[in-house]
Ligand binder design. Sequence first.
Ligand code: CO
Length: 282
Amino acid sequence: MTERRVVKTAIGQPTSDGAGVRLTRVIGTPDLDHLDPFLLLDEFKSDRPGDYLAGFPDHPHRGFETVTYMLAGSMRHQDHVGNRGELVAGSVQWMTAGRGIIHSEMPQQKDGLMWGFQLWVNLPARDKMTAPRYQDIPPERVPTVALADGVSARVLVGEAGGVSGPVAGIATQPLYLDVTMAPRSRLSHELPAGHSTFAYVFNGRARFGPLEDSTVVATGQLAVLGDGELLNVATGDAAARFLLLAARPLREPIARYGPFVMNTREEILKAVEDYQRGTLLG
Ligand code: CO
């Protein structure tokens, strides 16, 4: 089997979004614009209320999916058609915006640590105007599976170690794992060839790739993995925890403007017009 190796590493850039939430953008930067079908990855992590209290008031999306995975703290999601969900530590929300949603994501705490990730996953042209769909998954529905000695993973979507995650029916057949590795442990994991794959280390450090040609990836670094069927990861003296993502690339034109991601400029103009006229949702 061909082993995947690290072809690029990137570090996030501090920025702010929503009404002034400070976060680190890891995908969607000048250094790493996108990794088809992944359009954006943000990590928000702060115990300073001023960094997150403003939240993400009402804003629209069209043409892709937003995925929120919480490690600490809680946020309330609400939209214009009455859906409401609590995003608590360990939960995941997979929201297929499709033709349009207008929603808010607001902190439900006045202090303490707020930590999580938002990922944007593109939709194929045929699904961009589909009806919106929410999959709100509470922490207890996310299975943890042992993948090797000292290695476990929470399976959000896709399959690992014979266990399937609770999020289902996603066009790009994604895998989304939260992997924890003890010091001096090894993981050898099969991934579908041809699928775009990256790892984002958010604690500790690990070596990714074949033993003879591995790359150390440390906290705050994202590793883009080249093609292959097998991924080897090893830790040394330090433990590691990282997100491992893979999905089928769409290879379609991307037209992107703020919260809208379509295939053409005309479709973007239509989305902006629909939003301004109040007809985004149909
Ligand atoms: Co949003």
